[in-house]
Design a protein around this ligand. Structure first.
Ligand SMILES: Nc1ncnc2c1ncn2[C@@H]1O[C@H](COP(=O)(O)OP(=O)(O)OP(=O)(O)O)[C@@H](O)[C@H]1O
Ligand SMILES: [Zn+2]
Length: 605
């Protein structure tokens, strides 16, 4: 199918096409974006494609992860994706099932065999990790993500363009299943429970199934309880379908009394938490409240819950199933009252119907079309990054483009897609502004060399003075600093250093104008006869920053906070500005903080 005479061959030209055929590329994630992207990369004709995913296929993936079928549920995503496409593939495909952050399976040297890395991930931790690996290896990385109709691609060319961590990311609120189902500690947990679990199980057609690995708990009693609870709710769905409204009190008893009693029986859960109180002695009467902006009394919540349940039950025979819609008063009232009753049981603050409408309506579904657009853009961008487009002169990295869809870019125009040029690295970025190198170290040397030997060698080679701090970045353990020298005499293995660990060395001198740049070293394997080899990198001196003036504090706080996840509208792009200056690469702090406060975004997918 793919030859120099194929459409792709003719578009790229024979020479570039051959380069594409000779390229081995890495795709991380075989989910919504990953399935689309794998198909694109195969159709483009890349020579070798490795795809990594740690997960198995869930029923809820099938609507958009088109390489998977019902029969594939519980099978490895990467292996199934490869099987589904290999019959039309002219690429050598290799599936890996595992966590990309597992240093034993995927050490840094493993990443080095690829010409380009494509991220098709769904979480900040893995995105950050891969970004860091790309920085160590100076490997181009094509980062991408979607949330609802918003999406982005960001080519990252280490040393030349900004990296994933150059701009602050906010955290979307995702919660482990066990928090939602067993130990809520915030009102939002009760809202997610009422909408995604209770309502979905009783009325919706697509009640989610939860695999053990998704539960966020290893307590066998709790896992058993959650699974039993799900099965019992399926039975309650029969009551709902029967149309027998007298069963509503059974639903209340099951959900707000018996399930809570079962939770209370798992003593482990309540050692450090306040115990919930089941909803005993509940009465139903005529008191109702219609003011959406106030918090109703418990009695008003219970009465409204019964009324909303009745209305929904009456609709079921005609509609078959009912999906939650914040603008559908019955579904909203059911979810809102159920959430508030649960909040009462767990002694958490309750919310007005109006507030719950905002919060529950903000849950973002995955949209297959957005994934397809973003994957298409990602695949196309790779040709530009690898300079494979015929008659196009080699682009400087910062002449490459990123792309956003919809409001992700914060653009004022009505255009759906925008493609600003890439910004230069942020000099204050905690990841790409520091020096990096790979220390090759053999297994035996971990036993024979002392921590002090390694630190002395690093100090001598890169010009650090005595006052350095040595941190194991992987575990955030301090190994040595000016007044902590207890571990220096121990062997590297005794202080738990091993392959895959990242060591961070910082110059801790006070009262100097320039400090040696903080440097991170990845400890990689090498032959025994080499023993220990330090990389030939330059570790520059950097000017110590002036203390900030008071009115700059807020700005600074935003720049240095790098926890959080990919928030698509974290990049402020003015389409009139051709080259996006770095200062514009983030929201004004005030806006950013306001959004962080109210940003309850439950990512379903
Ligand atoms: N550390 C990791 N190593 C390997 N694969 C990962 C890692 N983190 C996430 N992934 C994979 O990235 C993919 C992201 O895809 P996507 O955003 O569509 O999520 P999903 O899990 O498939 O969807 P849903 O959340 O609806 O089940 C998932 O298949 C997930 O297993
Ligand atoms: Zn950076």
């Amino acid at each position: 199918m793919n030859s120099a005479n194929s459409i792709n061959g003719r578009i790229l030209g024979a020479e570039n096409y051959q380069k594409l055929r000779n390229s081995r590329i890495l795709l991380i994630g075989a989910g919504g974006i990953g399935c689309e992207l794998l198909k694109n990369l195969v159709l483009m004709g890349f020579g070798e494609i490795d795809i990594v995913d740690l997960d198995t296929i869930d029923l809820s993936n099938l609507n958009r992860q088109f390489l998977f079928r019902q029969r594939d549920i519980k099978q490895s995503k990467s292996t199934t994706a490869v099987k589904a496409i290999e019959h039309v593939s002219n690429s050598k495909l290799t599936a890996h099932t595992g966590n990309i952050m597992d240093v034993e399976t995927f050490p840094l040297s493993w990443f080095d065999r690829f010409s380009i890395i494509f991220n098709a991930l769904d979480n900040l931790e893995a995105r950050r990790y891969v970004n860091q690996m790309a920085q160590f290896l100076h490997k181009p990385l094509l980062e991408s993500g979607t949330a609802g109709f918003d999406g982005y691609i960001q080519p990252i060319i280490p040393g030349s363009t900004e990296c994933f961590d150059c701009t602050t990311k906010e955290t979307p609120k995702t919660f482990p299943v066990c928090t939602i189902r067993s130990t809520p500690s915030q009102p939002i947990h009760c809202i997610v429970w009422a909408k995604n679990f209770l309502f979905a199980q009783l009325f919706a057609s697509s009640a989610s199934t939860v695999g053990e690995s998704d539960l966020g708990t290893e307590n066998p009693e709790e896992i058993k309880r959650i699974q039993q609870e799900t099965n019992e709710l399926h039975e309650l769905q029969e009551y709902v379908k029967s149309g027998d409204e007298s069963k509503i009190t059974d639903i209340i008893r099951k959900v707000f009394v018996q399930d809570i009693e079962k939770l209370l029986a798992i003593e482990e859960l309540w050692k450090t938490r306040e115990k919930p109180v089941p909803l005993y002695d509940v009465e139903i009467n005529d008191t109702i409240n219609t003011d959406m902006s106030v918090i109703w009394s418990l009695q008003e919540q219970v009465n409204a819950f019964v009324l909303a349940s009745k209305r929904l039950m009456r609709r079921m025979p005609g509609e078959g199933s009912i999906e939650f819609d914040k603008d559908d008063a019955d579904t909203l009232e059911f979810v809102s009252t159920a959430a508030n009753i649960r909040a009462h049981i767990f002694k958490l603050p309750q919310k007005s119907l109006f507030d719950i409408k905002q919060i529950a309506g903000n849950i973002i579904p995955a949209i297959a079309t957005t994934n397809a657009i973003i994957s298409g853009l990602s695949a196309l961008a790779s040709l530009r990054v690898l300079n494979l487009i015929r008659n196009q002169p080699e682009a400087k990295p910062t002449e490459l483009n990123m792309a956003f869809t919809s409001k992700a870019s914060n653009i004022s125009s009505n255009r759906y897609i925008s493609s600003p040029q890439l910004a230069s690295p942020n000099p204050k970025c905690p990841v790409c502004s520091i020096a990096r190198g790979v220390i090759h170290i053999s297994s035996k040397t971990f036993e024979t060399a002392k921590l002090s030997d390694l630190v002395d060698k690093i100090r001598d080679k890169y010009g650090f003075e005595d006052e350095v701090s040595v941190l194991d970045k992987s575990t955030q353990r301090l190994l040595a600093d000016y007044d902590f020298k207890d571990l220096l005499d121990k062997s590297l293995s005794e202080v738990n250093l091993k392959h895959g660990v990242i060591l961070s060395i910082s110059d801790e001198r006070c009262d100097v104008e320039e400090l040696r740049c903080t440097t991170e070293f990845y400890l990689d394997d090498c032959e025994e006869k080499i023993g220990l080899r330090l990389p030939d990198i330059k570790v520059p001196l950097v000017k110590v920053a002036e203390p900030k003036k008071e009115d700059e504090d807020l700005d600074d706080a935003v720049e240095t906070t790098t926890s959080g996840d990919i928030i698509l509208d974290a990049v402020d792009v003015d389409e009139n500005v051709k080259k996006r200056p770095l200062e514009d690469a983030s929201f004004p702090p005030s806006k950013r903080i306001a959004e962080a406060d109210e940003g309850i975004t439950v990512i379903l997918d």
